[in-house]
Design a binder for this molecule. Structure first.
Ligand SMILES: *[C@@H]1O[C@H](CO)[C@@H](O)[C@H](O)[C@H]1NC(C)=O
Ligand SMILES: *[C@@H]1O[C@H](CO)[C@@H](O)[C@H](O)[C@H]1NC(C)=O
Ligand SMILES: *[C@@H]1O[C@H](CO)[C@@H](O)[C@H](O)[C@H]1NC(C)=O
Ligand SMILES: *[C@@H]1O[C@H](CO)[C@@H](O)[C@H](O)[C@H]1NC(C)=O
Ligand SMILES: CC(=O)N[C@H]1CO[C@H](CO)[C@@H](O)[C@@H]1O
Length: 633
């Protein structure tokens, strides 16, 4: 054994050799110069271009003396596959940052805001005895429309049935009353409450009660807050909506069942039948124990009474021979009112945002298609009608449809719905510079982040691209502005889920001429002409067909390059992303936001698929803009 001080020396020597062996000697190249550090502090994550051509050497060298960094743990449901590879995101309150990589330490993971919690809303559905399969399916489609409309407003709609009611401790007791022999409607109303009680309260809605209002309508806002201190209903909506907490709901059920009327149901037969009037059996049994909220106009309820009073031509179809047709007309009527509400909310119409308009026509097909269908008058059996809760609406007039225009930049408005396409910087590069590929030399000669600069030319002119990208993220994802715009990525060919984003189906058929017409001879529906393409932007030279054909080809080339797993293409794409960091970040953010929105919905559809009103049970197989069932007649 060497003496003690040699042991120490040996240990130091050993450490030194291992370090050198593992990481090599420090060279001056590894040590950043003062300028580099100063630059990095001023422009985080903006590598200088000189380093770019040799990008392949870049992959992170071991950094024994760098700050230790823990990668954040992978969150559940934070990725989704696409033909462009894995799309990843990370939910964090710190999403108002220019560059996600500051939080995720990974270029490809976008930081998104945490998901808003969706308060559950319940409805109760029970098919009547001996009901035909077709009628059940038609009712399922109405329930699906109910689910979609509430989903679009930020709720999590669940459909309950007698199976949930059976789980309630008081179910047996209600069964013994044999109320179905006295009045089936009264019995179903109590079952509804039992099912609701089993779910621990919350919001209970009829499946013909749908939200028809702007996103920040006070009533919808109150329901979203998930705090219901008092058991309540809404004045004028009969039994369309109740809300309350678990304890209050259970106490109410108990009190209602203990009503003296039920001690002898044969003796009190007529009084029990009378209970279903007005706000329904439970509300009548409870009287003042349920608070009636007044002045709430956010919800439309298509009760039998409303149908008979306001939409008589539809109500008349609800006979036992034409019930199926009645249900389909009602589905179209409701869809048309949801769509009309959207058109009324955005009184200044729709703007399709087309930055750098000389070269981006081929990017706009999909958004213009959506915008035209959104501005078309909705297919309806009662075309001039208003939703039941908005009797003073402005009905859609095909001679003066909702305004549709092209803008070259984003506007700061909530009166106009804005739709845009976010291109990958490589896609934009090919189109904007009319080139078939991009290389480092050419890239040197171009400006950075052109797309964002053009997009923000009105509201954040002369700001840094970091400011602009933060603003863009807010427009896409903040709860206030997300409901007023839609952002698609240029590289995706088809857009799914539009009907869940808007809460209604876009019209899929249009009148062949300038006048309203009917889709078939015996149909009672009225369809309207499709609005024209928006007028070209003033002062922007229109391109001829040949030029646009080249644009389409370049778009295809860009899609292929971005999709490619080839090393060369990956380097080129990476280089373009490094040069246009803000544009690339905007693209990744918009892409991750819509991938997450879709994933959230698909996951939930998967959970609900066995229940009434799922797409599967309604004979609807896609979640696309074209749930083609609605324009059926
Ligand atoms: C993607 O998400 C799934 C499910 O949450 C997870 O199991 C998987 O590890 C994730 N993949 C990556 C690369 O993060
Ligand atoms: C209920 O009332 C009917 C008629 O008034 C009477 O015949 C019957 O005996 C009563 N039943 C009970 C259980 O009190
Ligand atoms: C409609 O239903 C009622 C009651 O169920 C029945 O009495 C009537 O005969 C039915 N009419 C037709 C045309 O089936
Ligand atoms: C818009 O309507 C047309 C028919 O008028 C249809 O072909 C197209 O698929 C619709 N697009 C969307 C996104 O709904
Ligand atoms: C303006 C308007 O028509 N409001 C109606 C909304 O719906 C409730 C319930 O049906 C009616 O009571 C309001 O009059």
């Amino acid at each position: 054994m060497p003496p003690r001080r040699f042991q120490f020396l040996l240990a130091v020597l050993f450490l030194l050799t291992t370090t050198l062996f593992l990481f090599g000697p420090p060279t001056s190249a590894d040590l950043p110069s003062y300028d580099q550090v100063a630059d990095a502090v001023k422009h985080p994550k903006m590598p200088s271009l000189e380093n770019l051509p040799s990008l392949e050497d870049l992959p992170s060298p071991p950094r024994p003396f760098g700050p230790p960094v823990h990668k954040p743990p992978v969150q559940p449901d934070s990725n989704s596959t696409s033909s462009y590879g894995l799309i990843q995101w990370f939910r964090n309150y710190k999403w108002h940052i220019p560059f996600s990589s500051a939080v995720t330490f990974d270029e490809n993971t976008a930081v998104l805001p945490p998901l808003n919690e969706r308060p559950p809303i319940y409805t109760y559905y029970e098919a009547r005895d001996k009901q035909s399969k077709e009628v059940t399916e038609a009712e399922n489609r109405l329930v699906l429309a109910w689910r979609r409309a509430w989903w679009a407003q930020g709720f999590k709609p669940h459909v309950l049935s007698r199976d949930e009611a059976k789980q309630h401790p008081l179910y047996q007791m209600v069964q013994r009353l044999k109320l179905e022999k006295v009045d089936p409607e009264v019995e179903v109303e109590i079952m509804r409450w039992l099912a609701w009680g089993h779910m621990q309260g919350g919001i209970l809605a009829n499946w013909l009660a749908l939200p028809m209002a702007e996103y920040d309508n006070p009533m919808l806002g109150l329901l979203r807050r998930k705090q219901y201190p008092q058991l309540s209903r809404i004045d004028g909506l009969e039994n369309g909506i109740f809300f309350g907490e678990a304890g209050a709901v259970d106490a109410a059920i108990k009190k209602a069942i203990e009503n003296p009327l039920f001690t002898n149901v044969t003796q009190n037969h007529d009084k029990i039948v009378d209970l279903k009037k007005g706000a329904g059996a439970m509300a009548n049994l409870l009287g003042k124990d349920i608070k009636a909220e007044s002045k709430s106009n956010g919800i439309a309820y298509y009760s039998a009474a409303t149908l008979a009073n306001v939409y008589k031509s539809v109500a008349d179809k609800f006979t036992n021979t034409t019930q199926l047709e009645g249900l389909d007309l009602l589905a179209n009527l409701i869809n048309s009112h949801l769509h009309l509400t959207f058109q009324n909310i955005f009184s200044e119409g729709i703007a399709v945002i087309k930055p750098l308009p000389e070269h981006t026509t081929a990017l706009m097909y999909e958004v213009i298609d959506i915008a035209r269908n959104l501005t078309q008058c909705p297919t309806s059996p009662v075309p001039k009608s208003c939703p039941p809760n908005r009797s003073k609406c402005t009905p859609c007039n095909p001679a003066k449809p909702m305004k549709l225009e092209l803008h070259i930049a984003l506007k700061d408005t909530t009166k106009q719905y804005q739709i845009g396409t976010v291109p990958h910087p490589y896609t934009l590069g090919l189109l904007h510079y009319t080139r078939d590929t991009l290389d480092a030399n050419f890239l040197h000669s171009t400006g950075r982040d052109q797309w964002l600069a053009a997009l923000m030319a009105d509201i954040l002119k002369e700001h840094s691209s970091s400011d602009q990208v933060v603003r863009f993220k807010e427009v896409v994802a903040s709860p206030q502005s997300a409901p007023t715009s839609l952002w698609l990525t240029a590289e995706r060919i088809s857009q799914a889920d539009l009907d869940w984003i808007f809460g209604f189906n876009l019209p899929q058929i249009a009148s062949p001429n300038k006048d309203p017409s009917s889709p078939s001879e015996d149909s009672e529906l009225v369809i309207f002409p499709r609005p024209d393409e928006p007028a070209p932007i003033e002062g922007v030279q229109e391109q001829d067909a040949e030029f646009i054909k080249h644009e389409e080809e370049r778009l295809q080339k860009a899609r292929d390059a971005i999709k490619s797993t080839d090393k060369h293409w990956k380097e080129v794409i990476n280089m373009v992303e490094q040069w246009n960091q803000a544009d690339a970040e905007a693209w990744r953010f918009a892409r991750a936001f819509s991938a997450r929105r879709r994933q959230e919905r698909k996951k939930w559809e998967e959970e609900e698929k066995k229940f009434t009103g799922s797409e599967q049970k309604s004979g609807v197989h896609t979640g696309g803009g074209g749930g083609r069932w609605i324009d059926k007649f």
